[in-house]
Design a protein. Structure first.
Length: 434
């Protein structure tokens, strides 16, 4: 069930970042050394590696992504699928009823018809095939701008995951549309409405304890702030102000002037205060040896996204993360993994002994263009309580995290990727000498 293509879930993902709809933000795949691969079936090994040729064309600038999409290419996704199929069948054979799996996904964007259809099919399949499951689903934000559709969606998912659904809101969830103006004075009012109604419908927005599995799943509320971005800006390019490109600054309204200032970290601080009670509950209830998985919509570390020279909107990192997240993870202590979303980039990377995973459903065009038409790679089963199998899912072939693991990360490199040069190269300006 949605596990068959586990290995392809994190294949090449170059996608429009959440919250930015006036100027699509993408990063296409640079030429990269091949990630270390396990032995693969002979048929897969014999398959021509057209993906390497396609990526080389991108790097040379012979193929340039169109606005809002990237060219199709293959990156041995089928081989990953076949390997994952073997891993999945091995783990399923060792499971017995009553054991718990933790699944993760983000950026559901149920406003899109294709995404709603996917989620409906997911729920129907799980109800039919695993009616008595004891599983948990992490939903790391961006379900819907429509509050009632959001609530209906997470409530529907709750019926398919017997041990619970843990939800943390994303930026799209707090946008205020025309219908919201009369209902919610500001985005803070909408936030508290969603948190209250989720809990009323059996969806956790605070720490979830699955005692039988010795498991805690802990949502951490957060918001992006521009000071989180400490990597150097691209020099010599006249870029539009971020405030004009990011819809959050227009579609969210907050109760104070400071919170409505794009340069302020007031919203991030406001959201983080919600975590006080959550962390306290974990400290009071957690027993030694219990597994803890945290989640947020926004990013705890800047190295969990591509460097600026790879992004269609190079200043995007200013609206992606919060400095308040990692201290919360450390405050909880002994956190094994953290699930995040927002960027629509698949990711699997360890930072200071914590494994960070991003597995977005994203937009339909992103799945069709970037993931070989896939969609059944989410939600990703990241943890299993069954003693007969490996508890954690194997390292996922997420393109960008694999790229940086192989090639290193150099934020000081200002050489624009060809697709970025194509978009912004005409805006070059003279840089004054020091």
């Amino acid at each position: 069930q949605h596990q068959r293509r586990q290995g392809s879930n994190m294949a090449t993902s170059a996608s429009q970042a959440s919250g930015e709809d006036t100027a699509p933000v993408q990063a296409a795949a640079p030429a990269a050394a091949e990630p270390t691969r396990q032995a693969e079936p002979a048929a897969a090994a014999a398959r021509p590696r057209r993906g390497i040729e396609a990526i080389a064309k991108l790097e040379r600038g012979e193929v340039v992504p169109k606005r809002g999409s990237i060219p199709r290419w293959e990156t041995d996704t089928a081989a990953f699928c076949e390997r994952a199929e073997l891993q999945s069948s091995a783990s399923v054979s060792g499971r017995v009823r009553g054991e718990t799996r933790v699944y993760a996904m983000s950026d559901l964007h149920a406003d899109r018809d294709d995404n709603r259809e996917f989620l409906n099919e997911l729920v129907e399949r799980r109800r039919r095939e695993q009616p008595d499951n004891k599983d948990v689903l992490i939903v790391a934000g961006d379900v819907s701008e429509d509050p009632e559709l959001l609530l209906d969606t997470v409530q529907m998912l709750r019926t398919a995951f017997g041990a619970g659904v843990v939800f943390v809101p994303g930026n799209h969830d707090l946008w205020r549309g025309r219908k919201d103006d009369a209902r919610f004075k500001d985005s803070a009012k909408k936030l508290h409405y969603l948190l209250r109604e989720c809990e009323a419908r059996g969806v956790s927005t605070s720490a979830l304890h699955v005692e039988a599995a010795e498991l805690w799943v802990v949502p951490l509320h957060s918001w992006h702030h521009q000071s989180w971005d400490r990597e150097p800006s691209i020099a010599g390019i006249k870029l539009p102000p971020l405030e004009l490109c990011m819809s959050d600054y227009h579609n969210c309204q907050w109760p104070t002037a400071a919170m409505n200032d794009p340069k302020s970290d007031a919203v991030a601080l406001y959201m983080d205060e919600l975590n006080d009670a959550i962390v306290e509950r974990v400290h009071e209830g957690r027993r030694e040896g219990e597994t803890c998985i945290t989640c947020s919509h926004f990013l705890p570390h800047q190295e969990l996204m591509p460097t600026k020279r790879m992004l269609f909107l190079p200043e995007l990192p200013k609206a992606c993360g919060s400095d308040l997240l990692r201290p919360r993870i450390d405050e909880i202590g002994d956190v094994s993994a953290h699930v995040f979303g927002h960027t629509h980039f698949c990711w699997d990377q360890k930072v200071d002994d914590v494994r960070f995973l991003s597995c977005p459903l994203a937009y339909p065009n992103e799945r069709k263009m970037n993931m070989n038409g896939g969609g059944d790679w989410v939600p990703l089963a990241i943890w299993d309580s069954a003693p007969a199998v490996e508890r954690w899912c194997p390292e996922q072939p997420a393109f960008w995290s694999t790229w940086y693991k192989t090639n290193g990360r150099d934020p000081s490199n200002m050489e624009l990727a060809p697709w970025v040069e194509k978009r912004w190269g005409k805006r070059r300006v003279e840089v004054a000498a020091n």
